[in-house]
Write a protein that binds this ligand. Structure first.
Ligand code: ZN
Length: 238
């Protein structure tokens, strides 16, 4: 079984309660070291083909500056590829990549750039016209900055549904990733979020597809118990 991992920010506040998705550089390096020795890590798009279903892919969400300054040098050290899903409207904001930095990281042979929407909104709460605008405008802005096509998407908060999956295809996205929501089809593929509660044992479990399957099922059960009309609330690490 394969696994697509989700990181956000790699920095020095490991253990801070207000930022559970922040992972320290040391811990990140331990994880990369383990992956490089124990798993086949491939570019994200390669996980779409059946023969790579056992592989692991690394993704980053939101577009933090430390993805360039801290994460990339470590990924280079272990020669591991990553896909960076950027919130187009956050580019140039405090702690986020500037346009120049985004251009720089996009040129790196280990890096693929995808969209994470324009303003990181809950897509399932948007009317179709606004959802369409987010999808197309984020793609257009990112393409104009990096001067290359942008055709991969990660849904903010993992929020998607059947209509949105269709819409992302109509807007020219080749594939889209959620977290646990959606069908796990081409436009809502499941990913495994990581945070600073993940010690090495939990990380190894998350880097195996077994964890992904179990967690996805468990998420569905919890969601259907709590709210029969799903996909409104956000989850941790998304
Ligand atoms: Zn996000």
């Amino acid at each position: 079984m394969g696994s697509v991992l989700v990181y956000h920010t790699i920095n020095f506040a490991d253990g801070r309660h207000d930022c559970p998705e922040m992972i320290s550089p040391d811990r990140f390096e331990q994880q990369l070291s383990w992956l490089s020795r124990n798993r086949k890590v491939v570019p994200l798009v390669d996980t779409l083909s059946k023969d790579r279903s056992k592989a692991v892919a690394i993704t980053f969400d939101d577009g933090y500056r430390d993805n360039l300054t801290i994460a990339l040098p470590l990924l280079e050290k272990y020669r591991l590829p990553m896909t960076l899903f950027v919130v187009a409207g956050f580019v140039g904001g405090e702690n986020y990549l500037s346009e120049d930095e985004l251009r720089e990281i996009a040129k790196h042979p280990l890096v693929t750039i995808g969209s994470h929407g324009l303003w990181h909104r809950h897509f399932t709460e948007l009317v179709r016209k606004d959802a369409r605008f987010e999808l197309i405008e984020s793609q257009r802005r990112l393409r104009n900055i990096i001067k290359a096509p942008v055709n991969l998407l990660a849904w903010p908060y993992g929020d998607c549904n059947v209509e949105l999956e269709k819409l992302s295809s109509e807007c020219g996205y080749r594939a889209s990733w959620s977290v646990w929501k959606g069908s796990n089809g081409t436009h809502s593929r499941w990913r495994v979020p990581l945070g600073n509660r993940d010690n090495m044992l939990r990380f190894i479990a998350k880097a195996s597809g077994i964890y992904g399957l179990t967690e996805a099922k468990w998420h569905r059960v919890r969601h259907s118990e709590r709210d029969p009309a799903p996909q409104i609330h956000s989850l941790r690490y998304e």
